[in-house]
Design a protein around this ligand. Structure first.
Ligand SMILES: Cc1cc2nc3c(=O)[nH]c(=O)nc-3n(C[C@H](O)[C@H](O)[C@H](O)COP(=O)(O)O)c2cc1C
Length: 349
């Protein structure tokens, strides 16, 4: 692992080691994967502005987010089926999250129950879910998540149906035999397939209902358009995550770093805005913060770490991004997150 110096070094090695099924799951996007590609390319179109002769001997990346103190603004995004990648799956990821100090968002498509993950994790957990059609199932799940000590609910809103993921369709994607998905009710009942699936009836009143049955902050993940962001603020959600599901849902929507500025203009500082999609470098994190995101999430990068070296790989990927963020802050003359604004960018607008 010592030879792997960047997040993309982990990707190259993981991709080579994955089975065809796992490669299609982790690497694939929807359609022609234009959005998947743009998520990366768009970061390259944003230029940074260096600043010299600033005392940058102390860099502080701490933040407080929805009542949780975090050492740095990079979270682990919810990702499905981690036992396809490592035999210990989500528990191994939780160990990596703990060792690196990163907040982990557990996916509702986990292969491991949340209490088992919570037993391993020392750091904060959030739980990602869909409001499925069976409300008593959802209410029970919320209780289980609360009892496990999760600190927020993340509702994914950009996947009422699953996008056309050609790579997964070509390999006839299936879970390895024996793997469980304890929280995917419709899947367990055989009423939806991994490739077609969906909770296609979820609408705004479901969000209101969810808020009424929990005291946990409710975060919406998968907002891309300013109108939806505005509606989310009006719905009193605690935060939003600007995301296009890593290009796995609707192909040809814009890159998240391209959509973020317009969302920020509309939301302002009324609620925290987070973003994910294509973060591979510390400079990417800095750019997202410069546009106003409070924090970012990574998906594939830590799955690559998990595939290469389990918990140690997850922690190493996070450490690389953390170091690179601090370097980028130093080289742009910023010593705290509060000092990062659009003037970090060469073309602030
Ligand atoms: C293999 C894989 C599985 C994912 N599973 C979920 C999921 O279960 N729920 C969800 O909200 N998002 C899921 N996502 C999307 C991630 O939460 C996140 O939005 C995305 O991975 C960020 O982009 P990045 O992979 O470029 O960092 C998944 C992404 C990948 C790559």
């Amino acid at each position: 692992m010592d030879d792997l110096v960047s997040v993309t070094d982990f990707e190259a090695l993981a991709e080579a080691r994955f089975s065809d099924m796992t490669r299609a799951l982790v690497q694939g996007g929807a359609g022609d994967e234009d959005t998947l590609r743009w998520n990366r390319e768009a970061f390259g179109d944003v230029r940074l502005r260096p600043k010299v002769l600033v005392d940058v001997s102390k860099i502080d990346t701490r933040l407080r987010l929805l009542g949780v103190d975090l050492p740095f603004p990079v979270l682990l995004a919810p990702t499905a089926f981690q036992k396809m990648i490592h035999p210990l799956g989500e528990e191994e990821t939780a160990r990596g999250a703990t060792n690196s100090g990163a907040l982990l968002v557990v996916s509702s498509a986990t292969n491991t129950r949340v209490d088992r993950i919570a037993r391993v994790a020392r750091g904060p957990l959030w739980f990602q879910m869909y409001v499925q059609s069976d409300r008593s199932f959802v209410a029970d799940l919320v209780r289980e998540v609360e009892e496990a000590g999760c600190r927020a609910l993340v509702v994914t809103v950009d996947a009422p149906v699953v996008g056309s993921r050609y790579r997964q369709m070509r390999v006839k994607f299936q879970l390895k035999p024996g793997l469980e998905t304890p929280y995917m009710l419709d899947l367990n009942r055989g009423t939806h397939s991994l490739l077609r699936g969906g909770n296609s009836r979820m609408t705004w009143p479901d969000i209101e209902w969810l808020q009424s049955i929990t005291k946990l902050p409710v975060i919406l993940k998968g907002i891309l358009h300013p109108d939806d962001a505005e509606r989310a603020v009006k719905a009193n959600v605690a935060a939003i995550i600007v995301s296009n599901h890593a290009g796995r849902s609707l192909d040809t929507v814009p890159a998240t770093i391209s959509a973020l500025p317009q969302v920020m203009e509309r939301v302002g500082d009324r609620i925290p805005v987070l973003m994910d999609g294509g973060i591979r470098r510390g400079t990417d994190v800095l750019k997202a913060l410069a546009y106003g995101a409070k924090a970012v999430l990574i998906g594939r990068p830590y799955l690559h770490g998990l595939g290469v070296a389990g918990a140690a790989g997850v922690a190493r990927v996070v450490a690389i991004l953390r170091d690179e963020l601090e370097q980028a802050m130093a080289l742009t003359g910023r010593t705290s997150l509060a000092s990062i604004d659009r003037t970090v960018l060469w073309d602030p607008m």
